[in-house]
Design a protein around this ligand. Structure first.
Ligand SMILES: NC(=O)c1ccc[n+]([C@@H]2O[C@H](COP(=O)([O-])OP(=O)(O)OC[C@H]3O[C@@H](n4cnc5c(N)ncnc54)[C@H](O)[C@@H]3O)[C@@H](O)[C@H]2O)c1
Ligand SMILES: O=c1ccn([C@@H]2O[C@H](COP(=O)(O)OP(=O)(O)O[C@H]3O[C@H](CO)[C@@H](O)[C@H](O)[C@H]3O)[C@@H](O)[C@H]2O)c(=O)[nH]1
Length: 322
């Protein structure tokens, strides 16, 4: 049995849909930002908080858990700057509880959802795993602290782990049964598509004076099912004892500016956006683009969906929400 913490969230629920094809799955989620409807019906669902020791212990007592995948976190850069306590409490404090309960129950296989935000503002075109990690916002720091705890736990307690540093997740499941559904929504692609569906008056571009070719921020967008497949490979590696500890970037290795994303959304939907140029958002680095060669070399993982495919799948999902 595999435990997926945060499996009712955007990325976790897409992973669960894939995992239930081959494994028995328990999802633990407090539904703070996730949705019960997003959890595949083949998975067992437990509503509860990973920071609550008795809740986690009950899951470990009830099910024989071989490995834990940890997707649960707060993950908004701007919010983390406004309210760091919220981020350290949930992303570090509650995660420490989960790791402690795993140790007490002799569960030693762990996959962690980390982020490109751990790199901060690196001065490289493509970020690889050896790029220094100097996060520039509390969200990135909260994830890096967990990464460092995992390394210590591996050294001292023999914990086996895979850290996956995602770049910007986007897109929806091919069935359009699940997709990105955050409230409030803050992510660029869903905001543009909601605007193009008439649900928002305009799309704001945060900052036009970055040191990038068109002055807007550049990000590397990766399809949520490509992320899901990488987790399957990582899990197979841990369960098959071919991985003890590993850290991988997960991105498409292409950078797109905010303006380019808006243009691609316009092209996919055949609709014209009303764009407003506003101030920078706190905590945003100018450019984050992955070098994802390591996971290709070691696990054979490659992204399958390009930007157009990502936006087409997201568009299918958003249209279905009307
Ligand atoms: N979305 C991205 O682009 C992106 C990029 C890099 C990393 N990540 C990381 O990936 C993970 C998933 O992101 P997402 O976009 O799916 O977020 P999400 O908010 O949709 O999902 C997080 C899930 O965790 C649950 N959760 C949060 N705190 C919990 C707690 N204390 N106990 C139990 N459940 C709890 C929420 O209810 C939600 O279902 C996060 O760890 C995030 O930091 C996301
Ligand atoms: O209305 C908007 C929303 C966003 N942006 C910009 O679009 C880019 C992407 O923003 P967003 O979709 O909010 O994602 P990020 O802030 O890049 O963060 C995501 O990607 C990170 C990894 O790169 C993850 O760690 C985070 O969890 C995840 O939220 C950024 O430059 C934003 O400034 C706008 O210009 N207007």
């Amino acid at each position: 049995m595999i435990l997926v913490v945060g499996g009712a969230g955007y990325i976790g629920s897409h992973f669960v849909k894939e995992l239930v094809k081959t494994q028995e799955v328990v999802v633990l989620d407090n539904l703070s930002t996730g949705h019960r409807w997003a959890v595949d019906e083949k998975a067992i669902f437990v509503e509860g908080d990973l920071g609550h020791a008795a809740t986690v212990q009950k899951v470990f007592d009830t099910y024989e858990i071989e490995a834990v995948l940890h997707f649960a976190a707060f993950s908004l850069v701007g919010e983390s700057v406004a309210d760091p306590l919220k981020y350290y409490e949930n992303n570090v404090g509650a995660t420490l509880n989960l790791l402690k309960m795993m140790q007490q129950n002799s569960i030693d296989k762990f996959i962690f959802s980390s982020t490109a935000a751990t790199y901060g503002m690196p001065d490289v075109e493509r970020i690889d795993e050896s790029t220094p990690t100097t996060p520039i916002n509390p969200y990135g720091r909260s994830k890096l602290i967990v990464e460092q705890m995992l390394a210590d736990f591996a050294d001292s307690y023999g914990m086996k782990y895979v850290i996956l540093r995602y770049f910007n997740a986007a897109g929806a499941h091919e069935t359009a049964e699940i997709g990105e559904s955050h409230s409030p929504e803050t992510h660029l692609i869903p905001l543009i598509l909601q605007h193009l569906l008439g649900q928002r008056e305009a799309i704001s571009v945060f900052g036009t004076d970055y040191a990038t070719p068109d002055g807007t921020c550049i990000r590397d967008y990766i399809h949520v099912m490509d992320l899901a497949h990488a987790h399957i490979l990582a899990l197979e590696g841990l369960l098959g004892d071919t991985i003890t500890t590993a850290t991988y970037n997960l991105g498409n290795s292409f950078g797109y500016s905010v303006k380019e994303i808006i243009a691609m959304c316009e092209s996919v939907t055949g609709r014209q956006a009303n764009v407003q140029y506003v101030e920078r958002r706190a905590g945003d680095p100018a450019m984050l683009v992955a070098n994802a060669e390591k996971i290709y070399q070691e696990l054979g993982w490659q992204a399958r969906m390009d930007l157009q495919g990502i936006i087409e799948s997201a568009w299918a999902w958003h249209q279905k929400q009307l």
